[in-house]
Design a protein around this ligand. Sequence first.
Ligand SMILES: [Ca+2]
Ligand SMILES: [Ca+2]
Length: 116
Amino acid sequence: MVRGEEFERVFLYFDENGDGKISPLELSNRLGLMGGKVLLKEVENAVESLDKDGDGLLEMEDLVGLMEGGSEEEKLKDLREAFGMYDVDKCGFITPDDLKKCSADSVSPNPLMNVR
Ligand SMILES: [Ca+2]
Ligand SMILES: [Ca+2]
């Protein structure tokens, strides 16, 4: 079940510069930190699918709108599709805690030490 509170935490996690909007670049930066190989293009598509006012940025409003429409199952499905890149690691639905778990599993603390 998605709660607004969790949603906000996820939102704040992705909003790197704290301007209340998530840009595709911020999203891809965060995903990059998690060790995911995400094309900016894919991130842009995900943002576009959620962006209601068409400014190319995700505001909390865009996400809340998603929460308010459709059934619970549909909301989760939409979210999963929009953030489908997370499912690759089978981390399930994203929460800040999940993100940490994902990064712990998939990211070497120091990539330079990982060269073989
Ligand atoms: Ca931002
Ligand atoms: Ca927007």
